[in-house]
Design a protein around this ligand. Sequence first.
Ligand code: FAD
Length: 468
Amino acid sequence: MHDFDFDLLVLGAGSGGVAASRRAAALGARVGLIEAGRVGGTCVLRGCVPKKLLVYGSHFRDDLEDAAGFGWSIPSASLDWSKLVAAKDREVNRLNGVYLKMLADSGVHLFFGWGRLIDAHTVEIRGEGGSQRLTARYLLIATGSSPIRPAIPGADLGITSDEALSLPGLPRRAVIVGGGYIGVEFAGIFSRAGVEVSQVLRCDNILRGFDEELRAAYASEQRARGIALHPNQTILAVEPTTDGGAQVLQVRLADGTHLLTDLVLFATGRRPNTTDLGLAEAGVALRGAPDRPSAIIVTPESRTSVENIYAIGDCTDRLNLTPVAIAEGRAVAATLFGGQPTAIDHHNVATAVFGAPPLASVGLSEEQARARYGEVDVYVSRFRPMKHTLSGRDTRTLIKLIAERGSGRVLGCHMLGTDAPEIIQALAVAIRCGATKAQFDATIALHPTAAEEFVLLREPRKPTPAHS
Ligand SMILES: Cc1cc2nc3c(=O)[nH]c(=O)nc-3n(C[C@H](O)[C@H](O)[C@H](O)COP(=O)(O)OP(=O)(O)OC[C@H]3O[C@@H](n4cnc5c(N)ncnc54)[C@H](O)[C@@H]3O)c2cc1C
């Protein structure tokens, strides 16, 4: 005889919630999963997957241009953006179906509607057919995050990444506000698709938090591609105006600059989805001021301030990536139903920016490594990729390895250039195993590749006065 309807009730069928539900069900738990929208969450519907498909779609422009250097003559080529978006939608819908089937096969009970905590064991679901209440021994909040717009006049005239992934047609010009990875990725997609892109940055450069040398190299690559960067700028307003008789938008910046554009994309950050969930009423502590609560506070095992309520993924704002939400979700299932209290190690998680070109990193940047370890050895190689000796494209690949001086332990690997995410993912295994520079050196190269450069780095860079 059970006291509760379920052993585990999960709010949110995104990356984390689905992974936790399936793993808990596999461990024998009776699981209910509540979703307010469609199953799959941000990654499948509004994030990683649709974005990467648009990255692939826009990349053909580079491929077609590069082909000429290899003897191909391609008389003319054009992108039908609406066809690309339709193909992307078909794949996203297919994946949504796969998720639904996986959940049904795993015995998870799916409920559609808005879930809200009534107390520490009860959730009310408000759906199209009315509302119902369910109880569970444990609750798991996996409600993700949403894009935010700046609080400026005309903010509603712009779009966010949610809409950018499904634009019916391409604008001639776009202003992207924000220099984080989402802004940089859309700058790459749009510019490769032939859109004139300007990017407005609050700080001095794109991709704050990444290795400074890579950030600087990335900015040069973007400028070479024709993307106009506006660093150290604040956006004051977006206003409708006309340009040669056409309705367009004007972006006003704090230094007096006015940018005329057909589209404004706000890539200005995301907010954890923690409102209207009944969290305060249930006693779940949040970060931030009481009138502006933000992320849910959790222990390393993802337990909230209430003993039987857990939270994972973007709504906890730890490391907002799909594989992290999945790992956190599976860890909660192992903790609650597998008899194995499990915490996720958020260090040395590889991360990528699928821009033009892509960038990827694992471990510490040079700045972080120096701050933590003092003396480090830094190995850098910047080279023209073999493909572009014939294509003629003016681009350089940058790879960088940082090792602890003395032990030689590799602290960070970074790459800007084609295939960087694929290469860094593989190197992340070596870093997790604590590999040393000597072990990298002892690895015989796979030739000819760009990745081989990581095992061919000989001399550390001579310390500059700032680094000695
Ligand atoms: C444009 C973009 C690109 C990205 N690219 C990458 C990438 O390349 N690689 C990567 O690793 N990460 C990427 N991310 C981040 C990644 O998508 C998120 O970190 C991940 O989806 C978070 O998973 P989650 O389970 O926490 O939340 P989500 O996947 O967002 O799922 C939350 C779910 O909860 C539901 N929900 C919310 N409130 C309620 C409620 N009250 N009741 C019921 N259901 C509710 C929502 O409808 C949603 O389905 C990207 C994100 C964006 C926006």
